[in-house]
Ligand binder design. Structure first.
Ligand code: HEM
Length: 364
């Protein structure tokens, strides 16, 4: 598609964009492409009013506010705790040559627990939190189908829970992200409770399944290339560039949506105002014009990948996702001589085109 039909219109009318330079432009040119979906003032649907679905100037205000409570330094401070969570999850695995589903036992719970702790959800609520998190995954399926997000019963329960928690933090702040969000101010303005709620839910939608898939994709890649396991175990400095190449080669988020604000030209194709666009990050990350031998997995590439997006909506959780992946891989490399997938046929891919990864991955 990149060479023959770099901009292609499907029957439903949506325009699909495949080339690296076009994808970057669609993601970052907010004068021409809007991120808004649905109504921005519907209080029953906080995500439609959240950061990822907003345009400037509201986006800049929201981003500045949430960035205050979500700095790379604050994320680095979490390293010790993430190491402990990863160690606990690995300690709980059965000993010996026994098959387990690594998605169920490690790659799913790790990001869920990290986000729960970041938000200040007590561990007694962990089971409910996981249920809500699963319900939000159906939310990403809705996004995939180009629909507006609607709420299930579990999500309604989650909204109630977070609303109560936010009100509680207004009364009595604690040392957690929600209290930080309650406190954050730009030009004397704070976030409204509905903004904070939208942000909490966005973290679940944007931060859990994506990180799970980065980790599962990394393990799949290591299964395909057993020699790499030993190389990484010997030289831990290779782990960050390995993660970058996994992000490029198997991008967990395959595409993002935008709507054109006026008529635009992309690769010589005219796209009318008000068109829906699908910007294919997964394709851009395999563009031969940018990545030499793009179909080969090769760590240490000069060009950066765009797995976390580009421009003002660049992933706020990128430092956290990278840190979690690094810590989980370090822990696995330190404990095991290899992680093997006995039957690739038993690895079930996530059934959506939005997210690239695995629902189950039996390993030993
Ligand atoms: C935005 C990917 C993990 C929170 C984005 C965007 C991408 C992305 C492509 C850009 C969306 C756009 O341009 O419309 C990923 C991938 C992840 C990951 C591949 C894991 C490997 C996380 C985590 C969190 C997070 C762990 C939080 C805990 C966010 C937020 C935004 C975002 C809040 C919206 C930023 C904005 O609109 O300004 N992510 N993400 N993500 N991500 Fe991530």
């Amino acid at each position: 598609m990149r060479s023959n039909q770099p901009v292609w219109q499907e029957d439903s009318g949506a325009w699909h964009v495949f080339r690296h330079d076009d994808v970057k432009r669609v993601l970052s040119d907010h004068e021409s492409f809007s991120s808004q979906r649905g109504t921005t003032d519907d209080p029953s649907n906080p995500i439609s009013a959240s950061l990822i679905s907003s345009d400037p100037p509201r986006h800049r205000q929201l981003r500045t506010l949430v960035s205050q409570a979500f700095t790379p330094r604050a994320i680095d401070d979490l390293a010790g705790r993430i190491e402990q969570i990863a160690a606990d999850l690995l300690d709980a695995l059965p000993q010996g040559d026994i098959e387990i589903d690594i998605v169920e036992r490690l790659t799913t719970p790790l990001p869920v627990i990290v986000i729960a702790e970041l938000l200040g959800v007590p561990s007694s609520e962990r089971a409910r939190f996981k249920e809500w998190s699963d319900a939000t995954i159906s939310g990403s399926r809705q996004l995939d189908a180009g629909e507006e997000l609607t709420f299930s019963d579990a999500q309604r329960e989650m909204v109630k829970y977070f609303s109560k928690m936010i009100a509680g933090r207004v009364e009595a702040p604690k040392d957690d992200l929600i209290s930080g969000l309650v406190d954050a101010k730009v030009d004397g303005e704070s976030l409204s409770q509905i903004d904070i709620l939208g942000f909490c839910i966005l973290l679940l939608v944007a931060g859990n399944e994506t990180t799970t898939n980065l980790l599962s994709n990394a393990l799949y890649t290591l299964h395909e290339r057993p020699a790499l396991w030993d190389e990484l175990a010997e030289d831990k400095g290779l782990i960050p560039p390995f993660i970058e190449e996994v992000l490029r080669f198997r991008s967990p988020v395959q595409h993002m949506y935008r709507t054109s604000k006026h008529e635009v030209q992309l690769s010589g194709v005219t796209i009318p105002a008000g068109s829906h666009l699908v910007a294919w990050i997964g394709s851009a990350n395999r563009d031969e014009k940018v990545y030499e031998g793009a179909e080969k997995f090769q760590i240490h590439r000069p060009a950066r990948n765009i797995a976390f997006g580009h421009g003002i909506h660049y992933c706020l959780g990128a430092p956290l996702a990278r840190l979690e992946a690094k810590i989980a891989l370090e822990a696995l490399l330190a404990r095991y001589a290899s992680v093997q997938i006995p039957s690739l046929a038993d690895c079930k891919p996530v059934p959506t085109r939005l997210v690239y990864g695995f629902q189950t991955m039996p390993t030993r």
